[in-house]
Design a protein around this ligand. Structure first.
Ligand code: RIB
Ligand code: CA
Length: 312
């Protein structure tokens, strides 16, 4: 039976690929897409989600706009990575559809409480929507199968030396989620920096020869410049699709259970996912944390799914 999922995202180049992967994977029953402020404003992340759904003819996927800013901090965006639109690179047509009238938080609560089976949440953005829904309606905790998220890191930081963007933007939301008791599978930078769109992989994507694969390749061309300059990477990391892939086939990744705490106060360390890799605190584990990815298997999965778009 397909796994019921909700994508919570801030498109964003890698979020866009995550939507495409989810939309072409029969293992998933995508109940909806919720958007949040992160890479760019929530108006732009919402429009970008609609653009990707229309490009891929995923008209069945409804988009619900969510929180416009973090729970406590002022919003920090990432135009330096994703461009002013949040999806710079290919010229994608203006979406014909608009977001649904229901707010993302209302949709999350309604869908979780009404679903016959528990739903897997796949957040690939600051956790503001997820935290707000948990605060507003704690009953949803038992309706969430698990949270399989992109965010944090054991040892890396991309926004500060200590913190990854999704957690740094809204550490208070991350704290709510990691203390919620909901099963969490955290895929952080230690893993996603192993999932690079290397030139031969980019070539395979472009060779699929569909409007979707062409747009995906063009998105990666834009996305790679920042990562070449900042990290010297040969290709951009596909952060968010890793979370979707982990729901489809968990065996592509290696995880270790451990306690993860969110640093809220540190002058240098705010937004750090403090991962107790060796259980030195004795705190009970509250997350499965990603250690590695089988990158060839990940890209085989991704490319095989992107290939489906050309066949419509
Ligand atoms: O740190 C990477 C994460 O931040 C990704 O989800 C990217 O889309 C941005 O949201
Ligand atoms: Ca994202």
């Amino acid at each position: 039976m397909p796994i019921p999922v909700i994508l919570d995202c801030d498109p964003g180049h890698d979020d866009a690929i995550a939507i495409l992967l989810a939309g072409a994977s029969p293992e998933l029953d995508v109940r909806g897409i919720t958007t949040v402020a992160g890479n760019v404003s929530v108006d732009k992340t919402s429009k970008n989600a609609l653009k990707i759904c229309e490009l891929a003819k995923l008209d069945r996927l409804k988009v619900y706009a969510g929180m416009s800013r973090p729970l406590v901090k002022d919003l920090l965006t990432a135009e330096n990575v994703h461009g002013r639109s949040g999806l710079d690179g290919p010229e994608l047509p203006e979406p014909k559809r608009t977001v649904e009238p229901r707010h993302a938080i209302d949709f999350l609560i309604d869908e979780l409480l009404s679903s016959k089976e528990p739903v897997t949440l796949i957040p690939t953005a600051p956790l503001t929507n997820i935290a707000a829904a948990l605060i507003r309606e704690p009953r949803i905790r038992t309706s969430i199968q698990e949270i399989v998220m992109m965010g944090g890191a054991i040892a890396e930081g991309n926004t500060t030396p200590a913190a990854e963007f999704n957690i740094y933007v809204d550490p208070h939301a991350a704290d709510v989620v990691f203390r919620s008791g909901v099963p969490i599978w955290m895929i952080g930078l230690d893993v996603t920096h192993q999932a690079l769109v290397l030139p031969e992989r980019l070539k395979k994507i472009r060779a699929l020869g569909s409007p979707v694969s062409a747009a995906a390749a063009d998105l990666m061309i834009f996305f790679q410049e920042h990562h070449r300059v900042k990290y010297g990477m040969e290709g951009p990391p596909l952060h968010d699709p890793c979370a979707v892939a982990a729901v489809i086939d968990r065996s592509i990744f290696r995880f270790k259970e451990m306690h993860v705490g969110i640093e809220l106060e540190g002058r240098l360390t705010q937004g750090r996912t403090v991962c107790d890799l060796w259980n030195v605190t004795g705190n009970p584990p509250n997350a499965h944390v990603g250690l590695s990815v089988d990158a060839p298997r990940f890209f085989d999965l991704l490319i095989s799914r992107l290939a489906r778009y050309g066949k419509w």
